[in-house]
Design a protein around this ligand. Structure first.
Ligand code: MG
Length: 378
């Protein structure tokens, strides 16, 4: 029997006993439930370990203590678990979903993603990190003798597809089993907002630490941050600016997370879903920030876009990354025999541009640069 979830679950939480299960049936584990096993499989996967060497915003050459995609993932897991517990959601499922949410990201963050997507378009194709993550857990991970991939439960695969965007069922008939016309369980809805809170706060932190953002500019553009910073400045004028910044940042994250819990709780009370099916049947998502907090969050996002992501230092690096990815993509399309055997075996079944894209998307930052030096720049 499936060991139930230890916390008290609300009526609208996903119960592991109700899971739609795995693609390839497996015997139950004596003391880990299916979502705990999903979590463990993710942690033991190659794609998860590679997150350590994938850029979030700042590549390794800046500093060793900025976020990478692995530490970002842990932050999302921590925030999601906190919110899930407060709302009576399934924390085992939430944790597994958070840990897997970014495994489909290519090297070098959004620069890598945009470049790969741009390279796929002339073929009438796209690169999408959620779809890539699904391919990783369904087939690229090779660990078991009886099946390809990690054989995760339905709810994990559904969450990978649905946590951050809605796919048109007409354009994605291959995703039909995930019932694209229905909402995902609250556990998957939560990941998206927790992800945003995590990266907005973290990017502000790293941007300030990298000295690409300065305190006066942050306070002037972000009234919420300024409001939280002011008392420290008034009461502790002698304290280090960095520590006052930390205090304000910490309170900003707390404000957003608390608002998320309160707002979602209120929306759940009003909507009154008594089961996961009732959550699925709704027109819109139930997990959300209040309008006021959404505005603050959006302001933070816009600020980071205008002042950090488009900063000349970050932009110059992005251009170099894009050139490396384009160079390597072009090389493999012309020399498919240079691809590893695992990818060459896919060639009879899939178009070459897709095979090359999958190979590059799986690379870490280091490996991409190494391959670029080996094949293109040599
Ligand atoms: Mg993320």
């Amino acid at each position: 029997m499936n060991r139930p979830h230890a916390d008290r679950l609300a009526s609208y939480a996903m119960r592991v006993e109700q899971s739609l299960g795995r693609r390839y049936p497996e015997p139950r584990h004596p003391y880990r439930n299916d979502y705990e096993r999903d979590r463990d499989r993710i942690i033991h996967s190659r794609a998860f370990r590679r997150l350590e060497n994938k850029t979030q915003v700042f590549s390794r050459r800046y500093s060793d203590h900025f976020r990478n995609r692995l530490t970002h993932t842990l932050e999302v897991a921590q925030i999601s678990r906190t919110v899930a517990r407060a709302l009576g959601l399934n924390t085992d499922l939430v944790e597994a979903l958070a840990l897997v949410h970014d495994v489909g990201h290519p090297p070098f963050g959004h620069a890598g993603e945009e470049t790969l997507d741009g390279l796929m378009r002339p073929y009438g194709d796209r690169f999408d990190h959620n779809l890539h993550a699904l391919r990783i857990v369904e087939s690229f991970e090779q660990k078991y003798v009886d099946f390809p991939g990690l054989n995760l439960t339905f709810e994990l695969r559904e969450g990978i597809i649905k946590h951050s965007r809605d796919y048109d069922p007409e354009r994605h008939p291959e995703l039909r089993e995930y019932r694209l016309d229905k909402q995902s369980p609250l556990e998957a809805q939560l990941i998206n907002v927790a992800d945003e809170i995590a990266y907005n706060c973290a990017d502000l932190d790293d941007g300030y630490e990298a000295k690409l953002l300065i305190i006066a500019q942050i306070r002037e553009s972000l009234p919420l941050f300024d409001r939280l910073y002011r008392p420290f400045e008034r009461q502790r004028p002698e304290a280090l600016e960095k520590l006052k910044f930390n205090e304000a940042l910490k309170r900003m994250m707390d404000y957003l997370v608390t608002d998320l819990i309160r707002t979602t709780r209120l929306r759940l009370r009003r909507a009154g879903p008594r089961s996961v099916e009732a959550v699925r049947a709704r027109d819109s998502r139930l997990v959300s920030l209040s309008p006021a907090a959404s505005r603050e969050n959006q302001r933070l996002k816009d600020f980071l876009h205008q002042n950090l992501y488009s900063h000349p230092t970050i932009r110059a690096e992005r251009k170099k990354i894009a050139d490396s990815i384009c160079g390597l993509f072009g090389y493999f399309v012309e020399h498919p025999r240079s691809l590893p055997a695992f990818y060459q075996r896919k060639m009879p079944r899939e178009p070459l541009h897709r095979v090359v894209c999958d190979y590059i998307a799986g690379m870490t930052d280091n490996y991409l640069l190494e391959q670029y030096r080996k094949y293109v720049k040599a």
